[in-house]
Design a protein around this ligand. Sequence first.
Ligand code: CP
Ligand code: NVA
Length: 306
Amino acid sequence: MKHYLQFNDLTADEYTYLFERATLIKKKFKAYEKHHPLVDRTLAMIFEKASTRTRVSFEAGMYQLGGSVVHLTTGDSQLGRAEPIEDSAKVISRMVDLVMIRTYEQAKIERFAANSRVPVINGLTNEYHPCQILADIFTFIEHRGSIQGKTVAWVGDGNNMANTWLQAAALLGFKVHVSTPRGYEIDEKLAAGAGGTSASSYQFFSNPLEACQGADLVTTDVWTSMGYEAENEERKKAFADWCVDAEMMAAAKPDALFMHCLPAHRGEEVEADVIDGPQSVVWDEAENRMHVQKALMEYLLLGRIA
Ligand code: CP
Ligand code: NVA
């Protein structure tokens, strides 16, 4: 049994399979062709933080695969009334076939997985967001081909998205130019993850414009992630120069793409003319969450389909 708790949980070879499989699954969906490998299977989705894309993509995706979903939040389950996560995992995983969790500390999802009889998927933690990077790389491949040897510029917070990009770079052979304000740097231990190494795939730039130079993809995220709202005012000051604008896009390669996992704040981490401009692929990126996660759920439950 495999869990998907961080990007390093799958190998480069497994990602090659998943990207091919997602292409096929997406094509069938667009042609209104039925693809029901998960009939009678149930996905439990546990949200301890808000979500639009993750909720809709997993829920719609599971129904499209022929399965069904159960949606739980902290407020409407015993999770919010201090039932131990280990007990919740033991009970929920006796009744469903797959669990997706969005929560705070990575340690919490690891404790759940350690007590689960079924595969557990990380739908975002403070430390990682592997399903999003899975969708982002799939989107890059759709538009530009292989990401191997390419350069991604990360402009902004050294957060869950940044950590996951760095894990992916080490595993799939591309470079990340990281620019964060002082005090919001990447935690290299998290970026490397269990057994991984990011040293050769990661370069730090104090100037975000320099990080964008020659990049094939420029990407950013909110200045304040969920769970850090108390720091919002302080962050607004610290991040003022980390706004992806036309000048940064002009420093990147002429055919560079722009991505943002969304939700976005126009005028903060990105200017409207960039996110709504011709280089932006944010809507494909959001849609692709569903297609890649369908491939992931099918893989975790059924393995490779020949
Ligand atoms: N990108 C992403 O995970 O979006 P949601 O927070 O809406 O799920
Ligand atoms: N870094 C953001 C991503 C939201 C999808 C957060 O954790 O809030």
